[in-house]
Design a binder for this molecule. Structure first.
Ligand code: CTP
Length: 401
């Protein structure tokens, strides 16, 4: 949902990345305004920020001309989110003590919007007990942090202190803007395609990219849930605010899911779990020279455990959502699958369509309910499908409470 994001810029070298951050926030549909300290202007010019945000930049607190355009209290009230990037050590200290002697710190004190900080500083400044204290005090008051990351620092040192990349900060901003409608819920999501070992170098896999499951995990986090994502191998970045547990095979996924299940109030099984695995995987690489000349190879396969069915049978009051990848008779097959597994909702998709099948960014799904009702959704980005899914899950939770 489009929001009003106020970006506070303080004087660190990482300020040169802020124009890119502003561009990303605008591209996501948000309105952006910037406020800066005097020191920030040494690293990024107000004109760049003004051009990219499309709004005048405020930097001088007591300037009659600037105050006349929009006063600092009106700015503080305008914001749905106050994002300070970069946050220098000096700024952290001011915010933690409630000082208000420049534009950025004054707005922080005046606003009622959530505060998101992207620190950037020398590794020793970040590790200093004074900074540690400031960070914990701000966290206790509800501020969120993104970064800093470990890496090469502009000061020549290596270590924790680099400001997060603009894309990561923009993702954290989405999270901080979230609705909180799933606050207090613990959501367990599975994603990706499992790999079943054939020998030391080969596996049986499938074409699942994990995009749907990752979108589900990101949406749950955005709504304020505690999220654990049990993920088969995937190149995707872990969504902001999500704890990720990496697994490879169906057996490992089952073990991880059962370990995490006790705390979960909502389970969404978007993973493409292998149904069969080699019954006797070879410890070493299978070599052609060990076979008779020209001979083929047969693999003996056995069934894997059905994790979703097991989750549905497990004790505890929770909402369980399954996915069904179907290539034909989508609705009928999904209805049979729902009855067989016993979940609360089954999300069926037709994988035969290239625009919405494996690895696509969009999906077209049908929600299949135990009572026999069917809801066909239009083609949506996978994030949109995830949002629709949680709208339904929230209603189910409400009905049961
Ligand atoms: N699933 C699971 N464990 C398995 C197989 C599937 O937990 N061993 C889950 C998937 O995560 C998904 C749902 O069951 O949520 C349906 O997966 P799908 O592969 O479509 O169904 P299958 O039960 O494997 O049936 P089939 O392959 O015969 O269509």
């Amino acid at each position: 949902m489009p929001a009003r994001i106020l970006v506070g810029v303080t004087g660190g070298i990482a300020a040169y990345k802020v124009p890119e951050l502003v561009r990303l926030l605008r591209r996501a549909g948000h309105s952006v305004r910037c406020v800066t300290t005097a020191a920030a202007e040494a690293f990024v010019t107000p004109l760049v920020l003004q051009t990219l945000s499309g709004e005048p930049v405020r930097s001088r607190l007591l300037d009659p001309g600037e105050e006349g355009q929009i006063d600092h209290i009106a700015l503080a009230d305008w914001a749905d989110l106050y994002l300070v990037a970069p946050t220098t050590a000096n700024c952290l200290a001011k915010l933690s003590h409630g000082l208000a002697d420049d534009m950025v710190s004054t707005v922080a004190l005046a606003t009622r919007a959530p505060l998101l900080l992207a620190p950037a500083m020398n590794v020793n400044m970040w590790a200093h007990p004074a900074t540690r204290e400031n960070v914990s005090r701000l966290r206790e008051r509800g501020a969120s942090f993104v970064g800093p990351e470990v890496g090469e620092l502009a000061c020549g040192w290596e270590g924790e202190g680099r400001m997060s990349e603009p894309a990561a900060i923009a993702a954290a901003a989405e999270l901080a803007l979230g609705t909180r409608s799933l606050a207090g819920e613990c959501v367990l999501v599975t994603a990706g395609g499992t790999r079943e070992r054939v020998d030391a170098v080969r596996f049986l896999g499938n074409r699942s990219s994990g995009k749907m499951g990752y979108a589900v995990a990101a949406e749950a986090a955005r709504r304020g849930a505690d999220v654990v994502l049990v993920s088969a191998p995937s190149h995707l970045a872990t969504p902001a605010g999500v704890r990720r547990v990496d697994v490879e095979s169906a057996a490992e996924m089952r073990a991880a899911v059962l370990r995490e299940l006790r705390d979960a109030s909502i389970v969404v099984k978007a993973a493409a779990v292998a149904d069969f695995r080699p019954s006797a995987p070879a410890q070493r690489k299978l070599k052609k020279e060990d076979l008779p000349e020209g001979a083929g190879l047969s693999l003996d396969l056995e069934r894997t455990p059905d994790i979703l069915a097991e989750v549905c049978r497990a004790e505890g009051e929770r909402v369980v959502v399954g996915f069904a990848a179907e290539s034909h008779d989508v609705v009928e097959a999904a209805q049979r699958k729902l009855a067989r597994k016993g979940c609360d909702l089954l999300v069926a998709n037709d994988i035969s369509s290239p625009a919405t099948g494996f690895d696509a960014d969009e999906n077209q799904v049908v929600f299949v309910w135990p009572g026999g009702q069917v809801e066909e959704l239009p083609v949506l980005p996978k994030s949109g499908v995830a949002a629709q899914l949680f709208d339904r899950v929230e209603k189910l939770r409400e009905a049961r409470h």
